[in-house]
Design a protein around this ligand. Structure first.
Ligand code: ACO
Length: 322
């Protein structure tokens, strides 16, 4: 009998504080209309001083566990995707395991920038398909606001904080149809965030802040995401019309619209959260997926294409029969 990974629960968490484009334009030379026209973003959420990637992950995870109707102790594996871990170690996944009161499971973090959730889903799917795990919790949790240089108008307008979660279980009917993940370090200088603890004299001034050549990243993202759509459809012998929903990484509406055009899909079939969340990096796809599931747009049996592109560069997709 074939083993598949089936989505049995989703969850999401957004911090309370809202930072609007107007708020940002009081501190840097920008405007609401520039930001909205170029990115599709109007506001983003900012984590409170006492919040961490693991505290936000916990709330999203509990929602997913409750939707699934299981006990946390039944989870075999926790994978947290984050570029903003609470600590260098233990992993945020171990801290989440403790928060959820799970004594006996495997937990680890992965770091693939904005593609983190897709990478985590891909790993989770392989653990399930090989029989190494049954119930797997995948979380993307990010406090991007602490990596942003709030004086750099090229990046501070883009990012926000939040956490998204998906709970998978082994099943004999199809769930995740396929995942596709890629990396290429060639363009590492186009988008990076230096680690302050590894800073040298030469780069100590920029340490800890997101550094991006946005326009170049934009062009590569559009082309790469177009290719991942083709790769995913071909691997499943599917047509564009077989996709019911596109759940993209929420970086820029113009990048998302280009991917939708590639699928000949109207924007009504795209789950968009960007306007009020900004780019929450590895949390964004899972937050959008959760929103589509919880508001009833994504129905059981429908085919959903999740995709993301991020620093590395990293990129990937997950095709799911929900
Ligand atoms: N307000 C006003 N003007 C601005 C702002 C701003 N916030 N930011 C830049 N500008 C100016 C620039 O200085 C430039 O001015 P100039 O022509 O006088 O030199 C002009 O606007 C055009 O700048 P571009 O960078 O070419 O603007 P662009 O249209 O490319 O938009 C943006 C910038 C929104 C950052 C876009 O490039 C983008 O979304 N890039 C992709 C981001 C992304 O997808 N990242 C990947 C995921 S993130 C991750 O993995 C962590």
């Amino acid at each position: 009998m074939n083993r598949y990974s089936k989505v049995i629960g989703t969850g999401g968490y957004l911090p309370e504080t809202i930072r609007t484009n107007e708020d940002i334009s009081r501190h840097v030379d920008t405007s609401d209309s520039w930001i909205y026209e170029r990115t599709g973003i109007k506001s983003r959420r900012i984590a409170g001083a006492d919040e961490t990637a693991s505290s936000m992950a916990e709330i999203a995870a509990i929602q997913a566990i409750e939707m699934a109707g299981i006990e946390a102790g039944e989870i075999d594996l926790i994978i947290v995707a984050t570029g903003t871990p609470d600590r260098v170690y233990p992993s945020t996944a171990c801290l989440l395991q403790e928060r959820l009161g799970i004594q006996n499971c495997v937990s680890f973090d992965i770091q693939a920038a904005c593609s983190g959730a897709i990478f985590a889903l891909s790993i989770a799917d392989k653990f399930i398909k090989t029989g190494a795990a049954d119930k797997v919790l995948v979380v993307g949790s990010e406090i991007c606001s602490r990596l942003v240089d709030w004086t750099d108008r090229g990046t501070c307008i883009l990012f926000g904080d939040g956490a998204g979660a998906v709970l998978l279980d082994s099943a004999d009917e199809v769930g995740i149809l396929s995942t596709h993940i890629h990396s290429d370090g060639e363009f590492e200088d186009l988008l990076y965030c230096p680690n302050p603890q590894a800073a040298t004299e030469a780069n100590k001034d920029e340490a800890g802040f997101i550094n991006m050549r946005g326009n170049e990243v934009f062009k590569i993202a559009v082309n790469t995401l177009g290719r991942i759509v083709d790769e995913t459809l071909a691997a499943n012998d599917m047509e564009k019309t077989d996709i019911d929903w596109l759940v993209p990484h929420q970086a820029n509406t113009r990048i998302i619209a280009a991917t939708a055009r590639k699928l000949r899909m109207s924007m009504e079939h795209v789950i968009l959260t960007l306007e009020n969340q900004g780019n929450t990096s590895s949390a964004s796809v899972l937050l959008a997926f959760n929103e589509g599931v919880r508001d009833g747009r994504i129905q059981r049996g429908q085919v959903v294409l999740l995709e993301a592109f991020g620093a590395g560069f990293t990129w990937g997709s997950a095709l799911i029969k929900y």
